[in-house]
Design a protein around this ligand. Structure first.
Ligand code: NAI
Length: 330
């Protein structure tokens, strides 16, 4: 900024980790960051008054109304501190204010989390962990199965999907994949979505949430899957029709689900609701099932990723404010 002025940033949906890593990335105090816990939406946009930039996260709402309000409060840019941007209405915000994301902070973080959830599920680690803490050393119902030789279907072979495939190959799995834009230069074995649904023992989703991919896991796709299929979703909740997922689990068509994201996560995830009554009945039902593992959108949450996110987000803001553009502009 001119005359050594500090760049003023309003951060929304702030968690403790954000404060820690953004303060670390700002050792000389070049940026003045106000940390708000509130989610960004039309009602909270006024909190950004007097700031140069807004820093937003996965469940913040960035539509035309929010963008216009931010501009009227003096905000000149929005920097997402995440990769996915399905929460941004690009048509409505285009030309109103520039928006950037962090497209490549660490694909390993999400790929490894997906594998961690899968191993936890198939080797019943979540059940064993609770048992041994109660001095229960019984092995009943803990029989798992081996990943070696199983067919895994990967939907979306971008940065994260490719790292996930590398790990699966290391386990000796038979990897098949579907991508709307297949990487022909890779050695990935692409099949149609229909074939992937029919032949996979395990399905892991790594594509973005778009109009086209919304509810890609639905009643019809579940109907053609192998009985006992395991579904992993570390991408976005809206990729799965949650009602149909519950139905598939109840009628045992689906053997297990590993979910780091959930369709209606925005009012639940990132909050401690342990002293509240869970009002989301679908989520409560999923959590009641022994073969469902849910983490609250934490697949990205590694030290390496958080460092990259903080540094790239601040760079994006600086570039956008000084030149009007950023290499990561959406
Ligand atoms: P990427 O852009 O590198 O890869 C996405 C892939 O999906 C591309 O190969 C693309 O061709 C493919 N794709 C696009 N439309 C498709 C369709 N209709 N059907 C099938 N494939 C399609 O993105 P990256 O970095 O691999 O991230 C993937 C997703 O992971 C993000 O969109 C985001 O939603 C999610 N994510 C989740 C995080 C978490 O903490 N749980 C953290 C970071 C990302």
């Amino acid at each position: 900024m001119e005359n050594g002025q500090k760049i003023k940033i309003a951060m929304f949906s702030t968690q403790d980790n954000d404060v820690l890593y953004f303060n670390q990335a700002n050792p000389e105090g070049k940026y003045e960051i106000d940390y708000f816990e509130e989610q960004l939406n039309p009602d909270t946009a006024s909190l950004a008054a007097g700031h140069d930039a807004v820093c937003a996260f996965t469940n913040d709402i960035i539509n035309g109304e929010v963008a216009s309000r931010l501009v009227s409060e003096g905000v000149r840019t929005v920097a997402l501190r995440c990769a996915g941007y399905n929460n941004v209405d690009l048509d409505a915000t285009h030309g109103v204010l520039p928006i950037a994301n962090v497209p490549n902070y660490s694909p390993y973080s999400v790929a490894e989390h997906a594998i961690a959830m899968l191993l936890t599920s198939v080797r019943r680690i979540h059940k064993a962990y609770n048992r041994t803490r109660e001095f229960n050393f019984d092995l009943d119902d803990l029989v798992g199965f081996e990943l070696h030789g199983k067919t895994i279907g990967v939907i979306g072979t971008g940065k994260i999907g490719k790292k996930f495939i590398d790990i699966c190959n290391g386990f000796g799995m038979n990897v098949i994949a579907y991508d709307k834009y297949p990487d022909e230069a890779s050695s990935i074995h692409y099949v149609s979505l229909d074939e992937l649904f029919r032949n996979s023992d395990i399905i892991s989703i790594h594509c973005p949430l778009t109009e086209e991919t919304e509810h890609i896991i639905n009643k019809d796709s579940i109907a053609i899957m192998k009985p006992g299929v395991i579904i992993i979703n570390t991408s976005r909740g809206g990729l799965i029709d949650s009602d149909e997922l519950v139905e598939g689990l109840i009628n045992k068509k689906i053997g297990a689900a590993c979910l780091d994201v959930y369709e209606d996560e925005s009012n639940v995830f990132f909050h401690d609701l342990s002293n509240h009554i869970m009002r989301d009945e679908i989520l409560a039902r999923l959590l009641s099932m022994p073969n469902v593992i849910i983490t609250s959108h934490q697949a990205y949450l590694t030290d390496e990723a958080l460092r990259n996110i903080a540094n790239t987000t601040l760079n994006n803001i600086e570039q956008l404010l000084s030149t009007g553009h950023s290499e990561n502009e959406l």
